[in-house]
Every structure is written in structure tokens, then in C-alpha cells.
Design a binder for this molecule. Sequence first.
Ligand code: SF4
Length: 393
Amino acid sequence: MHLAKLINKPESKDTMTEAVMVQRVNNKITPRIDINVGHACNIRCEFCYYIKTYNNKLSEDLTTEEIKRLLVQARKRGKFMVDFTGGEPTMRPDLPELVRFAGDIGFSRICTITNGLMMSRKEYLQKLKDAGLNDILFSVHGHNEDVHDNTTKVKGSFKLVMQAIKNAQELGMYYRMNGVINNRNYKDTEKLFELFASLKPYVANFILYNPVAEITDEENLKKKGVTYTEAAPYIMNAIKEYKGQFRKINIRFMPYCTLPGYEQHISTMRQIQYDSDEWDYQFHVRMKRGVPIQLGATMAGMVIGMRNPYFRQADIHTKLREAINEVRIIQDRVKSPKCKACRFEPICDGFPRTYVKARGDSEINPVPGEKIYDPAHFLKINNTDGTYFNDTR
Ligand code: SF4
């Protein structure tokens, strides 16, 4: 189907019940924020979202004082979990100082997303732990040295991240893991799950390499991407085999109809606002672009969202929380007219726009059944320990 025939506007006449409205208004917003502390990195992942930004120096790294100011702003607004992202945050000599500062002003969950190279030195990880680091998100993109090192373009990087995870275990630290599924490794998805299960992270995230947010480069999509149809059987087999071994498995941003029977593991843009392992996108925009852009995007979302009947029917509190995501979804995603018949339509983001442009919409398959309206519906049943919100301080 031609892209012009695809729509973003669900025209359903469905009406949410009072009970669903209450569920939506009671959903808690994640207390976690992200701060990108710089684009420098000591590996070169072939699918990196930020490589162009870094190579072309499109963005200046924040100074120590600027990062501290953002942390203070977020604390004043009640946020108490932070993920330092990059690039590679451990490239910054002031990372221990930033971690300590975050703890001193009241952040109780302080995380660094990392490729693990620096943390393979136990004394460095000990220093971060002493400063207050109590959460790590390790990125591992292959089940063995060959796949991971060929992805990161740094020989020895697999051994180093494995050593870093061992260090975190020995120091009794809480950690989560991320893996990107792409055309190099998708046939080995089960082996990647097996490796993750053996390392016992608190949460396992798998991200299908596809055009979302910053990754909208069609050329890279063709080189590194894998279609939903190709990857799905491997992902479903892996979940079936290993799901008992994780507290939570997240498969990021796949449309629900591409993983039939495994929808509870999918994270969508509509859902992540309510996931305490994810970032508050209101703050994401505020931190990256400033308050005027955040307010402008919220206003735009309030207007754009009115095209969506489920947004239109929500109370003002829910609308304000979800408005920015309406903007992100309309920028990046499309649905097909056939989506109107799908039970997941109220909570689904649709397919990535770039993906449909490159590959068409034949993979969009509406699922019949009773409609689901609460964006946090699957989040509430995904965690095996029964808690959907990890807000222990
Ligand atoms: S709404 Fe459309 S894209 Fe989303 S799961 Fe249903 S058929 Fe797939």
C-alpha cells in the first residue's frame, strides 16, 4: 500500500468505560529521568544511534555544572531515579562526582548505561559504587566474542563486558541488561537470551534495530535492520524458553501484532511513560531541549492528540501526561486503516514510518477481540514478581 493511504488517525467510535478512565488516571508516572552526559565512546557499535551526532559534532557535551543543574531541577519536581547515558558515560572523569552529587540531593536509584569496558577494572567500579552508583545497565549485543566484538568493532570488548558484569556481581550491585537484535544476530536470539539468563540481570531489554526516534536513517535500516517477520519467530521461541528466568523481559517498540501471544513483553511509546525502568519523556524533552520546547511540545500534543479518540476521552490529568508522546508517535509512526479492527489499536503506536516507507505495510495484521485501552495494561502483568512499579527509595 502507498504511504499516503496510511493514517495516523484512528477513527474508531469506541468509548472507554469509567473503569478504564480510572485505571488510566491512577497509572503512576515513572520517577526515572535520563541525562545524556556526552557523545564520546570507546567502542563503535555498527548501529549506533548517535554516531552521526558524535562524528559531526552536532551537539556539545554538557559541563559538570550544567548536569548538576539538571539533576537539581529534576529533584525539585519529585524525580528520584536517574540513568546517565551517552555515548559512554564512563568516558567522563567527573562521573563519580556526578553520581555522588545525585545521591547527596536525594536520588535513590542512580544508574549508568554502559558498554562495560571501564567497569572491567574492579577498582573503578568500586569507586563508582562508593560514590553511590546502585544500578547499571550493561549493553551486550552478541552471545559470544565473535558476534559482540564484530558489532562493537572493538576486539576484546565481549571479554571486558563479561568481566564488568562479574565485578558487579562480586560487589553485590543491581544491574539490568540491554541487547540490540539486528541482522547480524537475530538468528541467535535464543543464545543471547541464554547468555542473559546465565548472568541473572534484574531486567532484560531487547531492542529490535529499527527506525525509532533518532534512528531514522533508511540506508542504515537496510544494512543493519531485520524485518519483524524475520525476527519474530526467534524472539518468541527465546521468550518461551527463558521467560521463567527473568523478573521482566522487555521487547522494545515492536507493534503488538508482530509478536502474537507474547504482547505482554512489548514496550511501546505509550506505555513507557508508566514504566519505572524507563524515562519520563516529559523530562527527556525538558532536559534535552529546555522548558519552552517542552511546553510547546505539550501544547502541540494536546492539539494533535485530539485526533485520537482515546486521548480525546481521557481526563485532563492523563492528557497532560501523555501529550508529548502523541507528538513523538505522530512524528515516527503510522497505522493502517485496517488497524481500526485491532484490539490493540487504542494502546499501539503503529509501525515506524521509515519502516513502512521502505518495506510496505503487509506485516500489519489486526488482531480481533475485546479492545484494551489502558497503556499500562501489559506492564502490569509483565513483571513476574507481580509489581509493575519499582519505586523503592
Ligand atoms: S493497531 Fe495496527 S499496528 Fe498496532 S497491533 Fe494492531 S494491527 Fe498491528
